[in-house]
Design a protein. Sequence first.
Length: 556
Amino acid sequence: MPEANDFIRQIIADDRLSPSFEPPVHTRFPPEPNGYLHLGHAKSICLNFGVAKEFDGLCNLRFDDTNPVKEDMEYVNAIRDDVRWLGGNWEDREFYASNYFEKLYAYAEKLIELGCAYVDDLSQEEIRAMRGTLTEPGKESPYRTRSVAENLDLFRRMRAGEFPDGSRVLRAKIDMSSPNIVMRDPTIYRIRHAHHQRTANDWCIYPLYDFAHCLSDSIEHITHSLCTLEFVNNRELYDWILDTLGVYHPKQIEFARLNLTHTILSKRKLIQLVQEKHVTGWDDPRMPTLCGLRRKGVPPEAIHAFCKRIGLARSDSTVEYAMLEFCIREYLNEHAPRLMAVLDPIHVIIDNYPDDQVEYFTMPLFPEDPSFGTREVPFAKHLVIERDDFRENPPKKFHRLSKGAEVRLRYAYLITCTDVVTGSDGTIKELHCTYDPESRGGQAKDGRKVKGTLHWLSANHAKKAVVRLYDQLFTKANPEDVEPGQTFIDNLNPHSLTLCDALIEPELHTLPVGKTVQFERVGYFCKDPDSTEDCAVFNRTATLRDSWAKQEKKGE
């Protein structure tokens, strides 16, 4: 038995010891196919599939496709890809709520026959107005006393398509004075004359989530229905429907949803970002969607580590985005090969290096692990280094290049800057340097110490690349923190994307799309599908250090 290191696993472990428990442990991941999955869903995927695996159980992938107006096969396919990417294996257990439409309809009729459901002619606005408040009971619908025969007749005519959208609904008959507003005769069926992606035009009435979800769990013999905290009030309805119908009853357990700083995890608002073109699409690397994170170069192992680190709780809290970056960085630090790229090149001429000479340095792809292999990097008279690695007037403890200073070119030679060429606008055009021919490999034979080490490229051998530097999509830790008259859109970060015309070593140019590497001294980057034969495109996955802590320090 796995270690019960959180309250959900402890509950499941205890349940398995009960004589009434019927193995195996059976969970499900039940997304609605009306958008792409995001980090909040990742927490649920890791939990449901993880628990099933740990307890030698099963986990279903079930699409809650009860609203044909908002659903699409594009989302179904994307959800499959995302769950597989995170390691979820549902084997042959891919189900749909629409698989059960006939059974769900029969259950609805049974509720009517039991006197526990009725057809209501009130509009949604009228139903909402009569529901009451937290301090006042609701008012009963004038149609609540219809007979069983009349309700069955009307419900069957609803199914037959006699009535227009919104003209009637089926409501559970529970208690309009219940302290739990969810229990005040909730709607369980509505009329929707809309084409369904799987059932076409077979149905014009569709069950609502609270009705379809619990019964789908029951039909699939789910043992533990793991939900986020927003469903805690709905648990009473979940239990009422199953108990009233006398069917198999799974146990619903709620856990805190994921809230992340500088991030929106509302599917409705993510759709708004896409539709209003604030981002390039669902897979924009600034998005918290799983496809966006994948395109950004985030490894699934880092997502699992993040979900494990934040753990499971019974109350909501907000996690710092820096924790996610830490998990990404921690994984990539051990698994990403190192190569060189220069994002803001400045030309360096080694004056005492032979004009036509080219030599190659064998460099490890991962200094701490020889099994990663090596690559050959060309060195010549004309080089490029990062513009930020040179200062005309260096501050104290500046250990990079300045006029008269000596630095090490990684794995190559020691060089000293002798002259600086500037343009008419004062911009530095090129640096002239000399190298120590006796320092091949970056070490002086006389033993002198050189503190600074720079990455570099041969100007004539380097390949062109576009590098996308991504920042947080929102300027505020809580994007919903807005002034009167504003929306979360007003907190979008105008500098969330910076483009760099960079140069990269040849090995990077041939890197497969989707591969994540470390640009030495710069950060972790992933090759993007937009890459062409002439120009590679790289997305920044993560910085080498906590960029947010660094920014806060600068602001002090």
